[in-house]
Design a protein around this ligand. Sequence first.
Ligand SMILES: [Zn+2]
Length: 311
Amino acid sequence: MKAITIDFGGTNIKIALFHDGVITKKENIPAYSENGLAPRLYDTEKTLRNMLAGEDLHNYSGIGIAMPGIVDPINKKVLALYGKYEDSKQMDLSTWCHNTFDLPMVMEMDSKLALLGELNYGCAKGYQDAAMLIFGTGIGTAVSIGGKLLSSRNYVAGALSSHIIINMNGRKCTCPNTGCLEASACGWALEGLIREHPDFNNSGLAAEEQLTFKTLSKWCDRNDRTALDVLQHCVISWRAGILNMIHAYDPAIVILSGGIMNFKGMYDMLTEGLQEQVWDCIGTVDIKQAMEPEDSVLYGLYHLVAETYNN
Ligand SMILES: [Zn+2]
């Protein structure tokens, strides 16, 4: 079975061709997602045509599209996203796929697809009840129960767990609330966290041009007090997020993914002693790192196309 997969990410658009569960070709193009989706469709089509290089499109079963927001997969509509591809809410991508490639399309939210990818091709094979957290610029979450993605009337269930409030006196979020997990610790919140530290002016971080997790890691290695305090704050926040997901959704496995997991020692910092904070009746919860952190969304898309159109 062959499938075309397109992951419209905030920074990059990842495009891959699949054959029987294996990526045969993959390209990345810049997203410029703040300018909307419509201006990127031409380059997406051009890149795909080059990748297909004269292959007969009718050998492909369908196209899978991932969006960085809440998606209605039944009506193939983007329902909510912030600051990225805002115009996609008004677009009919199903018709674009049909008119451009004469192929049917499936669409889903990126974090849910990452979980599908890990469940079917990655670290969570054989698990049914799973929760996933993807730590990056923001924090993506997804949940599956009984082997199926958790779904609800607005397709929000399990997908907005980064907006569970963990600090009533916390920082302002990009959503209407304060003290959400994401507002407390993630890529976009990091610069504010560092600058607000009372010892910031005496920190090596004050001379850095960009305040990212990479620079934070560098100054943690040098035992910089501000850096170590901010790291500890982030780790405590993320552990609270993992515990919230365990107590809310009762998963047998929690999958951790995203750029933060490259931070030296992060897996151990997030998991050591965590089991002792879980209610007894839940028992042991496996916590694993994503096997395909770069491509799990694409694998999830392939799975969805195969499940929907391979008959
Ligand atoms: Zn929020």
